[in-house]
Design a protein. Structure first.
Length: 238
């Protein structure tokens, strides 16, 4: 816990947390002591900076908490945050699909995309671009693990199209998964783009570094972000 004498409120530290200087942002986050009304924003910042345990300390939103648990590879805890007393929205469906995927990976079970298909369907129905990109990314991972690289490329293309139609840069995590589907020099170029857009300790950064044949750097980022190996288990051995 931060020394109360040096602890910062979110209002006082917002500029540093948003700085392109990652080291400064992470040092500031380590000292952060948000006021009660600041905790939701602080939790989101912590997740963006690859510190899911800080997110769990501050977040109340079950979707944010579930996302943090999934970074840690704690799928059952994530599902516990989501509950089962209401029909899922697209974003909840994506988190459930990711949790199901982690459980299958942990059990070395055969690929099964039913929950991912549901997440894709809900995201399309709701017009939720973020959920659609996340679901397409997960679908790409499932297909790569199944050895269906061309199908993975098609699945990931839907996420790329969403960014294109919205006039936005492609999502870093999707690009990192795409790099593994492409392989070779093209995959390397895609991984460089993913790396440039990725956050510290994030799945996107770890996957991009693995695609660039930098395993030591990938492991360092994974350790810093408390990232479970389940986020890159789908990648075939080099």
């Amino acid at each position: 816990m931060a020394d109360p004498a040096s602890a910062l409120s979110l209002a006082a530290s917002r500029a540093a947390l948003d700085s392109p200087d990652e080291a400064l942002a992470l040092r500031t986050l380590a000292l952060l002591s948000p006021l009660p009304h600041e905790r939701a924003e602080a939790a989101a910042v912590a997740l963006r900076l690859g510190r899911p345990r800080h997110t769990l300390e501050w977040a109340m939103d079950p979707l944010v908490r579930a996302a943090a648990w999934l970074r840690l590879g704690e799928a059952q805890s994530a599902l516990g945050e989501l509950g089962d007393d209401r029909p899922p929205c697209a974003r909840e469906a994506v988190l459930r699909a990711r949790a199901d995927w982690q459980l299958r990976l942990r059990a070395a079970a055969e690929p099964e995309s039913g929950s991912t298909d549901m997440a894709l369907r809900l995201a399309r129905q709701e017009g939720d671009a973020g959920a659609l990109v996340a679901a397409a990314t997960l679908h790409g991972e499932e297909l790569i693990r199944a050895g269906e690289r061309f199908a993975a490329l098609r699945a990931l293309a839907e996420g790329l199209k969403v960014a294109e139609l919205g006039g936005q840069a492609a999502d870093a995590h999707l690009l990192a998964v795409l790099a593994h589907a492409q392989g070779g020099a093209k995959g390397g170029r895609t991984a460089e783009k993913a790396l440039a857009r990725s956050g510290p300790g994030s799945p996107a950064r770890v996957l991009a570094l693995l695609a660039l044949a930098r395993p030591a750097d990938a492991q360092s980022q994974a350790a810093a972000g408390d990232l479970s190996p389940l986020w890159w288990t789908f990648v075939p051995p080099a």
